[in-house]
Ligand binder design. Structure first.
Ligand code: ZN
Ligand code: ZN
Length: 391
């Protein structure tokens, strides 16, 4: 398989995974191979892993591993933060030594060294801001203000629930982060890369961090391609004739992309490897950015998507129970079915219709972005308390 087929397969696989993650549980795909694949990838493999652990190491071994996992999830660690900074520093060093060294060129002037350094600086600044920003910490002073911000939908957020660590009423859409050991308003997720929670007050900084990484990767990739194109022109590479090892045939270097790439990997292995790395990193960050943009447009969070899945499972199970009772059938083991991802009767039986629950936080596309990216100021939160009192 040549390099271009490999890249095409990679892109296809990435697209399939994103599609399965986003739409695998949609009602339209229930009882289809798409729903089964979604369950296999996002639940089945995990369950299979724990089953294997129990079989091979016994119940005690499984418990030890579970405790170790919980300990990792409940501790905040700067390991990935340090890894990110080292990755950027090492990457920039090699880029300077192996790609910037060709400047100036007819296609790329020397000032790209300064703009490239500035882009790296902007990326580090976005990383620092996202790492130290307040995600929306709930304290004894502001818990009333946070309780007034969002109403309870009684599906993903239930009224009257208490945070057992902080001992106060949990505001709607909040969660106690086990790693940071604090309650976070409109909790999205705990990001290990910035070693900080992402929530009500810093989602915009987190998105800016993703955008800065996308700009850095795409700028580095485009500039690197332009510089290497200039290098090939200066060497007159388009007129070089090479022999293909497998067939023994002679080809003009510029006539076949595959042969050109093989030749470049021999002549410039480090710059080509760096550009491939930038391309892969760009795709990953792009996928992550697209996922979060999709969540914002639907007025939901990463944490709430798990809650919505639970709600959908419960509603389907309840509906199925009523349906089965109505038909005089034997009641199905619904909880077991839900665990296995089978939420409907076997094929051949009719399926009950379930009305999709309404997301009360969804105020429309533009309003959702405004709500997510412009958090209410302290005065705005106090005004919400007053408005709630006046009701
Ligand atoms: Zn708490
Ligand atoms: Zn956290």
């Amino acid at each position: 398989m040549d390099f271009f087929s490999l890249i095409a397969c990679y892109l296809l696989l990435l697209a399939v995974l994103i599609f399965l993650l986003l739409f695998g549980e949609a009602a339209i795909f229930i009882d289809t191979p798409i729903a089964s694949l979604h369950w296999l990838l996002f639940s089945g493999i995990c369950q299979g892993f724990w089953w294997l652990v129990e079989r091979s190491a016994g119940v005690h071994g499984k418990q030890v591993l579970e405790r170790w996992r919980d300990k990792c999830a409940e501790s905040s660690s700067p390991v990935l933060q340090i890894f990110y900074i080292v990755l950027l520093a090492v990457g920039f060093y090699f880029y300077t030594v192996d790609i910037f060294c060709f400047l100036p060129q007819s296609y790329a002037p020397t000032w790209h060294i300064y703009t490239g350094t500035f882009t790296l600086g902007a990326c580090l600044l976005a990383f620092y801001t996202a790492s130290v920003s307040d995600p929306g910490r709930i304290t004894a002073d502001n818990v009333a203000a946070h309780c007034a911000l969002y109403p309870y939908d009684e599906l993903t957020s239930r009224s009257g629930q208490q945070c057992w660590s902080c001992l106060w009423q949990r505001p709607a859409r909040s969660k106690h982060c086990p790693a940071c050991k604090r309650c976070i308003a409109r909790f999205d997720h705990h990001c290990a890369w910035i070693n900080n929670c992402v929530g009500l007050c810093n989602l915009r900084y987190f998105m800016a961090f993703l955008v800065a990484n996308m700009v850095l990767c795409s700028y580095g990739l485009a500039l690197g391609c332009i510089i290497m194109h200039g290098v090939l022109e200066e060497r007159g590479a388009w007129t070089i004739v090479v022999r293909e090892r497998s067939t023994g045939r002679m080809y003009l270097l510029g006539s076949r992309p595959r042969i050109l790439l093989q030749w470049m990997l021999q002549q410039y292995p480090v710059p080509v490897a760096e550009l491939i790395f930038l391309g892969v990193a760009l795709l990953l960050v792009l996928g992550f950015f697209a996922y979060h943009t999709w969540l914002i447009s639907r007025a939901t969070t990463t944490y709430e998507t798990f809650k919505w899945r639970e709600v959908a499972r419960r509603l389907r199970a309840e509906s199925l129970a009523e349906h089965a009772d109505g038909q005089g059938q034997e009641n199905l083991s619904l909880s077991a079915a839900a665990v296995k991802g089978r939420l409907w009767p076997a094929s051949g039986q009719s399926k009950p219709a379930v009305a999709a629950p309404q997301n009360i936080y969804d105020k429309g596309f533009a309003a959702n972005f405004r709500d997510a990216l412009i958090p209410p100021s302290w005065a705005g939160r106090k005004a919400a308390v007053q408005a709630k009192k006046n009701l």
